[in-house]
Design a protein around this ligand. Structure first.
Ligand code: NAD
Ligand code: TDX
Length: 334
């Protein structure tokens, strides 16, 4: 593959994917197409060689713009999304525009341009919550919040496009991802940066024992790439970290790594409709040769070290828009 359009690649996982892909394949050039929402940040790509990618600012909800960016590309990998559950609870209009209409525009552009491979990056959240066992790719979607409902909408449109037009669509559904360059609204970077600053961490009360399955960003990138290169069109591939932890266990691990005591935990009102547990079975992707490489203890320690060493990256983000959101999300909660 010579030229890949990677949408949303100025965000967390997309930028980790471009870093991974450029290192894996010296002959590939990436078209980075990104709207630069509050979560998009060109600093995420700063260390990458400028001649290996081309940045285009644009919105996947703008059909002409995304079509033009995809022209001449062998593949499109879509990371562009509105991604934060709590923000989707405050209002989901942008989520629907990007995660459903935007995905539809990518599919239509791929059909018109005869793009050889289309990979839609999705999430384990589309299956909903599960008390015991793990969801397989054949499990029906059961999203329970506006974010996951919008992602399920995009997935279903992708599968329908394959059935109707034979658009060569693959879908990956990853578990909770962590690592460098994650916007500090998500639990791990939020808690790490608060603790570095000597601030309490807002743990959702009633959700302390809720479970998430943690996947290191580079392992998510290699999972997406395995599906892109070896997957069968019309198929879904789960990408699981295999590291299920209760939120309280994660929180205590971060406190310990950052030398803070239990008094740094502040229990705040729970997220409405808070999903209890996510769990997916990734044996289908493993059958294509994929394995996650990072163990949880090392990955969390490395992530803490990265945020400690890269204050230049997150201090400018934890200002302006972020502070307004933080106040609205945490201080004004009734
Ligand atoms: P992120 O919020 O860090 O980045 C999203 C990127 O998409 C940003 O660069 C943003 O500017 C861009 N974007 C948003 N709307 C756009 C639009 N309309 N047009 C073009 N660009 C747009 O997200 P992330 O955590 O890196 O997630 C990437 C993908 O992975 C998403 O599809 C998400 O659903 C999925 N996913 C995330 C996780 C996780 O734990 N973070 C887990 C599983 C799946
Ligand atoms: O302040 C917080 N306090 C808290 O207790 C935040 C932000 C979260 N939490 C809890 C809620 C969840 O149980 O931590 C857990 C993880 O929360 P998030 O980081 O918001 O992630 P989650 O809601 O699980 O969704 C994530 O994983 C799937 C990503 O944000 C999605 O984009 C992805 O699809």
């Amino acid at each position: 593959m010579k030229r890949i359009c990677v949408t949303g690649a100025a965000g967390f996982i997309g930028s980790n994917y471009v870093r991974y892909k450029l290192a894996q394949d010296p002959g590939v050039h990436c078209i980075v197409f990104d709207k630069l929402t509050y979560a998009g940040n060109l600093d995420n790509l700063k260390d990458l060689p400028k001649d290996r990618y081309t940045f285009i600012k644009g919105d996947i909800a703008d059909k002409a713009a995304i079509r033009a960016a995809m022209e001449g590309c062998d593949a499109v990998v879509n990371f562009a999304a509105d991604t934060h559950v709590d923000r989707s609870i405050m209002g989901a209009t942008d989520f629907i525009s990007t995660n459903v209409t935007g995905v539809y525009n990518i599919l239509e552009s791929a059909r018109e341009l005869k793009t050889a491979r289309v990979l839609l990056v999705s999430t384990d959240e589309v299956y909903g919550s599960i008390r015991e066992g793990s969801f397989k790719e054949t499990s029906p979607p059961g999203p329970r919040n506006p974010y996951s409902a919008s992602k399920a909408g995009g997935d279903l449109m992708g599968l329908a496009h394959f059935e109707t037009f034979r658009t060569p669509v693959m879908i990956t559904r990853g578990s909770n991802t962590y690592g460098p360059y994650q916007y500090p609204e998500k639990v791990m970077p939020l808690f790490i940066t608060n603790l570095i600053d000597g601030q309490q961490v807002p743990l959702y009360k009633g959700g302390e024992n809720n479970v998430r399955d943690w996947l290191y960003a580079e392992d998510h990138a290699s999972g997406v790439d395995t599906a892109l290169m070896k997957g069968e069109p019309g198929n879904i591939y789960n990408v699981a970290g295999g590291n299920e932890r209760e939120n309280i266990v994660l929180t205590r691990r971060l406190l310990s790594l950052l030398g803070r005591g239990e008094e740094f935990i502040k229990l705040v009102p729970d997220r409405p409709g808070h999903d209890f547990r996510y769990s997916i079975d990734a044996s289908k992707l493993r059958a294509l040769g994929w394995r996650p490489k990072m163990d949880w203890d090392t990955g969390v320690a490395k992530t803490v070290e990265w945020y400690k060493a890269n204050e230049w990256w997150w201090r400018k983000i934890k200002s302006g828009e972020f502070l307004a959101y933080y106040k609205r999300q945490y201080e004004d909660r009734k």
